[in-house]
Design a protein around this ligand. Structure first.
Ligand code: GUN
Ligand code: ZN
Length: 487
């Protein structure tokens, strides 16, 4: 049977192994879109970039008689001259863009089955963002009807269930839940291309999270239309496993040069700031003049970024990658800040131990590890005299101060017993000496939490140095502890 095996996890992201009739694929991965009408880079060449699976459009093949006949006779793998697993889309995107799709759901599904597609897709109805609710609901009901029909048609192939519902999060949730009840091999989040094009990444994040919360955890999730590498870290961190990219070709056509943190107009390039095989072998002038070279560069950087994402999952540093990449664009930074509101959810999936925590900016203060630490403060049951100090160099108890316990305050985690100075996560975390206010706020909130949980049992002294002066929570702490400022 087809299956998806999860090998590594970080945040809600995972490295997985998807078995298909044409071999297994390691996720997260990007499926280059192959258009048999106009592709400059052939399917057979995709392997060298790192592609493990392709996607093509069954409807484009179906509506052209010669392609249709050849696909029926020889199969899609022979038509594209490639033995990799191939997912076929149904024409839904054409439906949403051009409204002129002349094929029924059952026809296009039977066609996908006939040409030996590895993953078939029903003719779902993408509803544009910010449509009227009634429209989104009607489209969703029709999509569900077509998915049930698809489930009865497709027998020995993998089948994708598509989540729609426009920008209505309750409809997205319902859509995912009902698709999961029907049961599919892959789940795809659809109808998001307009959000991607308008850089509404915060809304996209809400849609991904809401969908994921209602889909089975052990199934791969495809984000339809997300081919720009700058979005991979964030989308994978939220649990997307499969991506498709026409972007490499579309951007090349528009004379644009993709990088892991954005896009540049090729005419503005003075040098080639990349070391892919194209940029290493050709001059900037040659790349400017050739759409093929540009498409090839775009593919190299797209796959390189996906490998970086995978490596980050394996070493437990996906949040750091998100944080680094999201610094490239205010809209991406906004999306990262936005997803910190899901930290409690992400914390449930995130592995409990990983490599040392690097503090890279104010979003790090909201990381799941920090939240988890605050959940565990109740393990510290204190009695006697306790010194809590912001001076991380405080080693022990001085002569005049007889304390039973010494707690150091390390932002963003907050108080930890000096004895845990070497342990994960707080002791091993690396923070800048000049720490920002967000980290201090979270640390002081956790000091307050520790105080509140031990009132009546322990007597506290909170000692802080100049850099913490004026923080409003220091005053709040004064209600529960004797506060001393260290000069
Ligand atoms: N390609 C981009 N968006 C979509 C979508 O919503 N559905 C399908 N089937 N394909 C897409
Ligand atoms: Zn390059």
């Amino acid at each position: 049977m087809h299956e998806f095996e999860i090998l590594h996890k970080d945040l809600m992201g995972r490295i997985g192994k998807l078995r298909t009739a044409h071999g297994h694929v390691e996720t997260p991965t990007i499926m280059p879109v192959i258009n048999p009408n106009l592709c400059s880079i052939k399917a057979g060449e995709m392997k060298k970039y790192g592609a493990e699976m392709l996607i093509t459009n069954a409807y484009i093949i179906y509506r052209k008689e010669d392609l249709r006949e050849e696909a029926i006779k020889k199969g899609i793998h022979s038509l594209l001259d490639c033995e990799m697993p191939i997912m076929t889309d149904s024409g839904s995107y054409q439906l949403s863009e051009y409204k002129d799709v002349e094929v029924s759901n059952s026809e296009i599904l039977k066609f996908q089955q006939l040409i030996d597609s590895d993953v078939c897709v029903p003719l779902d109805i993408p509803t544009a963002p910010y449509e009227k609710r009634e429209r989104a609901k009607n489209d969703l009901e029709e999509t569900l009807k077509r998915m049930r029909e698809a489930r009865s048609i497709i027998q020995n192939k993998m089948l994708a269930g598509v989540v729609q519902g426009s920008t209505f999060l309750d409809l997205r949730g319902e859509s995912a839940k009902r698709a999961a009840e029907i049961g599919f091999d892959v789940y795809a989040i659809g109808g998001v291309v307009p959000l991607l094009e308008s850089y509404k990444f915060d809304k996209l994040a809400d849609i991904i999270v809401t969908s994921k919360m209602n889909l089975p955890l052990n199934a791969p999730v495809h984000l339809f239309g997300a081919g720009h590498p700058m979005l991979f870290p964030l989308a994978v961190a939220l649990g997307c496993d499969l991506f498709d990219s026409a972007a490499y070709a579309l951007y090349a056509k528009g004379k644009r040069y993709i990088t892991s943190d954005g896009t540049k107009k090729v005419k503005d390039l003075r040098v080639l700031p990349c070391s892919c095989p194209v940029c290493s072998a050709y001059s900037v002038e040659e790349v400017k003049e050739s759409e093929d070279l540009l498409a090839s560069h775009n593919l190299w950087v797209t796959f390189a970024e996906m490998r970086m994402v995978k490596q980050s999952i394996a070493e437990g540093s996906l949040w750091e990658l998100c944080e680094r990449r999201c610094r490239a664009y205010p809209v991406l930074l906004n999306a990262l800040k936005h997803i910190t509101k899901y930290s409690a959810l992400i914390e449930k999936y995130d592995p409990a131990t990983k490599r040392p925590f690097f503090y890279l900016g104010e979003c790090s203060a909201q990381r799941p590890e920090v939240l988890r630490y605050s959940y565990r403060l109740n393990r510290f049951r204190l009695s006697g005299n306790v010194l809590i100090t912001t001076d991380l160099k405080e080693k022990g108890v001085t002569e005049s101060e007889k304390f039973d316990h010494l707690y150091l305050v390390k932002p963003p985690f907050g108080p930890y017993p000096v004895e845990l100075g070497e342990s994960y996560p707080v002791g091993q975390s690396e923070i800048p000496a000049e720490i920002d206010n967000e980290a201090k706020t979270v640390a002081l909130q956790n000091v307050l939490k520790l105080l509140a949980m031990n009132t009546g049992r322990a007597k506290f002294v909170f000692r802080y140095d100049r850099s913490w002066s004026g923080h409003p929570l220091v005053e709040e702490i004064g209600k529960y502890a004797e506060v001393r400022r260290k000069e």
